[in-house]
Design a protein around this ligand. Structure first.
Ligand code: SF4
Ligand code: SF4
Length: 244
């Protein structure tokens, strides 16, 4: 018997059952959940001076800025937020409620609920978001079982998935890629670099948020988001996923 068949028999099925069942702890690193204040206003007040990127105010944590550095944990925060943290509006990431519990506008790709083709653009990432997104194609996450495929041409895609903080040089390629997608289409911003600039916000030559350049439909917070977080964001675009 070839070795790989023997391995398959020994290992059984390793593919995650997410989103049919909740993600297991082994599929979510501690920083795969947003930080939440465990002592309410006291934690928020303590966190303001601890956070290096200004994600914490006295009212809420802006998940669209949080780089998951853990410096706020001594001030009374824990990574206990929902795995399903992708949202359809930027303001929802900075709201006082938990991101996953917020109101739900109509998903942009509701007509394409069964199959999605995704065109990935790295607009200026550190490569970590890139790797987490591409992990969706490995046997553990196997995005194809959910009808999610990656394509090398924007003309064949339904989703423009962008990682990284957009550089000046990427503005025109991003616009051309967006224009090449046939309708209906959606833009999914993955990682805080694409959402707010993350740790690189304010640097010359960079555009702090993708939604200054393109209409973003789904925001997936994290630095980097885990593959399950990205899967949640893609399913969110179609109205599928654990929350629906
Ligand atoms: S984990 Fe880091 S970036 Fe996020 S809120 Fe806490 S201190 Fe700020
Ligand atoms: S969001 Fe974090 S992991 Fe993703 S590209 Fe930016 S710095 Fe890297």
């Amino acid at each position: 018997m070839p070795t790989w068949i023997g391995q398959a028999v020994r290992n059984g099925i390793v593919t995650t059952r997410y989103p049919e069942v909740p993600a297991s702890e082994s599929e979510i690193p501690p920083t795969g959940r947003p930080p939440v204040p465990t002592q309410g206003p006291n934690s928020l007040r303590a966190g303001v001076s601890l956070c290096p990127v200004g994600a914490i105010s006295e009212r809420a944590v802006d998940q669209g800025k949080c780089i998951r550095c853990a410096r706020c944990l001594p001030g009374g925060f824990e990574f206990l937020g929902p795995v399903e943290a992708a949202v359809l509006t930027r303001s929802a990431l900075a709201a006082e409620e938990s991101p996953g519990a917020l109101s739900r506008p109509i998903p942009p790709l509701a007509p394409l609920s069964r199959s999605l083709h995704v065109f990935l653009v790295d607009a200026g990432s550190c490569n970590a978001c890139n790797l987490e997104v591409l992990a969706l194609t490995n046997p553990l996450y196997d995005s194809q079982r959910l009808g999610i495929f990656f394509t090398n041409s924007p003309r064949h895609a339904d989703v423009l998935l962008v990682v990284g903080v957009p550089t000046d040089e990427m503005v025109e390629p991003l616009r051309r890629a967006y224009d090449a997608l046939p309708a209906p289409k959606a833009v999914v911003a993955v990682g805080v670099c694409a959402i707010s600039g993350g740790a690189f916000a304010g640097i010359e030559g960079l555009h702090d948020s993708l939604d200054q350049l393109l209409p973003v439909d789904v925001y997936v917070p994290g630095c980097p988001p885990a593959p399950v977080n990205v899967l949640d964001g893609l399913l969110r675009a179609t109205g599928r996923g654990r929350r629906t």
